[in-house]
Write a protein that binds this ligand. Structure first.
Ligand code: HEC
Ligand code: HEC
Length: 309
């Protein structure tokens, strides 16, 4: 009697587990296979200045750090390979075999960078769209021109595989932000700017925060915190604005953190998770612009809080 009841229970458990696994698989597949047909965001009608290769190199290696995820040779690399999370390689951005620079048309670049969508209409995954979707026309051209002439690398990314944990988090709707198309859709302006003037201004600072992917890790509101799919060894990204963010820091302290990975308290920033070695090449004007934007925002929100107390 007892054994039979146990067997029935185990069988019931298997059936429930099987249904749950099927539901997770079905829901996550639907999200992963969804086809997007965005109306492509183009630049304004004004004349666009000649993009420079030097600007392209600076964007790819320092500001937007395509190199951080696509490798120093831009031929793509492993982003994750874990039984529960899954396996994902970044793309080969060069014109070599298995790379995209040779076969991507201009509309493909716009679709990928401004909309987070691959040529076949499916969303890219983990490609940072929250900020890249704001890329100005002249900068997009500079990036493409630069990528088309870097030494070609022959390397094909391995097929992506999603682990159960990632699928479950997707099915629960907790990881919409790993879908680049979703992120781009939520944050994209309706028209691309032709060019964002390089100056120590809040405007350029806001643009650098976008292109620099700060919001990918420090959260959309820049208030920091870990992502639900963070790896166990990942340090939590601290807040960059609001109460307590970079408290008492000067512009020099901020510059040292961005370029040397050291905080005024003497803490070393983990270069595997905070990509400061790439930001080290930011110009003085760019550090000023970032600081103008972040510090003004932090002060404004602290003052707002003080006023309501
Ligand atoms: C945070 C990491 C990260 C950064 C930074 C990043 N990428 Fe990616 N990118 C990825 C990943 C991961 C993929 C593969 C996505 C997939 O297959 O779903 C990808 C895919 C792409 C694709 C699509 C290729 C294809 O298969 O059709 C393009 C284009 C691309 N990246 C360009 C860039 C450029 C240009 C930059 C810099 C301006 C950049 N990426 C910065 C992670 C990143
Ligand atoms: C790939 C993820 C990632 C990106 C992109 C990123 N950060 Fe970070 N950042 C981190 C993490 C993680 C830490 C904490 C590192 C540690 O504690 O070792 C950090 C720390 C910092 C700190 C130190 C703050 C403090 O209070 O100690 C500053 C300043 C900072 N980031 C600024 C920026 C800015 C500005 C950008 C964009 C231009 C940016 N970060 C982009 C992940 C990131």
């Amino acid at each position: 009697m007892k054994a039979r009841r146990l067997r029935a229970l185990a069988l019931g458990g298997l059936v429930v587990g099987g249904v749950a696994a099927g539901a997770i698989r079905w829901t996550s597949d639907r999200a992963l296979e969804k086809v997007y047909t965005p109306r492509l965001v183009e630049a304004g009608p004004g004349p666009i200045g000649e993009p420079s290769l030097e600007r392209g190199r600076h964007l790819v290696t320092a500001v937007a750090q395509c190199t951080f995820c696509h490798g120093n040779d831009l031929g793509g690399r492993e982003i994750a390979d874990d039984p529960l999370l899954g396996r994902i390689d970044s793309a080969n951005l060069t014109s070599g075999e298995g790379g995209i620079a040779g076969r991507y048309a201009r509309t493909d670049w716009i679709r990928a960078l401004r909309h987070g969508v691959r040529p076949d209409g499916r969303s890219l995954v983990l490609m940072p769209a929250i900020g890249l979707s704001k890329i100005a026309e002249q900068d997009l051209r500079a990036v493409v021109d630069y990528l088309e002439q870097v030494p070609p690398i022959d390397r094909a990314p391995r097929a992506t595989r999603f682990g159960w944990m990632t699928r479950a988090v997707i099915a629960l709707g907790w990881a919409d932000d790993i879908f680049s198309a979703h992120e781009a859709n939520a944050h994209r302006p309706s028209r691309a700017r032709d060019v964002v003037p390089e100056a120590a201004s809040r405007d350029y600072g806001e643009y650098l925060v976008a292109l620099g992917n700060c919001r990918v890790c420090h959260k959309a509101d820049l208030r920091g915190g870990l992502h639900p799919l963070a790896l166990p060894e990942e340090p939590p990204p601290p807040p960059l604005v609001g109460d307590g963010a970079m408290e008492g820091w000067s512009r020099e302290d901020f510059a040292r953190a961005m370029r040397e990975g050291r905080t005024p308290e003497g803490r070393a920033l983990d270069r595997d998770y905070m990509p400061w070695p790439g930001y080290a090449a930011l110009s003085d004007v760019e550090i000023d612009a970032l600081w103008a934007y972040l510090a003004a925002d932090a002060r404004a929100s602290t003052n707002r809080l003080a006023a309501t107390r």
